[in-house]
Design a protein around this ligand. Structure first.
Ligand code: FES
Length: 104
């Protein structure tokens, strides 16, 4: 399903969305669109208030960071990787596979 305009994502770099009841966010990182969960797997901070640098998303609460290629959390932090979701760009729309989000 289309979630956001590509030009909007590029200009804002982080866009929040809710798909099939799941809060997630789209991120423009190193020239590509990434979809990930919005809530930090460490202690549930809102990652949309974080910042991006070098292909990583930095949590605003404790400054742990996540690799946006695979979701891996920075070394030494307890917690699972960040969930990433399949995303596709078609024309000026960013699409997310809603079925992939519904799966646990
Ligand atoms: S809540 Fe995100 S690193 Fe702790």
């Amino acid at each position: 399903m289309p979630v956001c305009g590509l030009s909007r994502l590029i200009s804002q770099t982080i866009v929040c969305a809710r798909v099939t009841g799941v809060d997630l966010m789209l991120v423009w990182s190193e020239g590509r669109a990434v979809a990930c969960e919005r809530i930090c797997p460490h202690e549930q901070a809102d990652l949309s208030a974080g910042h991006l640098s070098g292909g990583r998303l930095f949590c605003p609460r404790h400054a742990a960071s996540f690799d946006l290629r695979n979701g891996q959390m920075s070394y030494g932090w307890p917690g699972r990787p960040l969930r990433l979701y399949p995303v596709r760009v078609r024309g000026d729309q960013v699409w997310i596979d809603a079925a992939a989000i519904a799966m646990p």
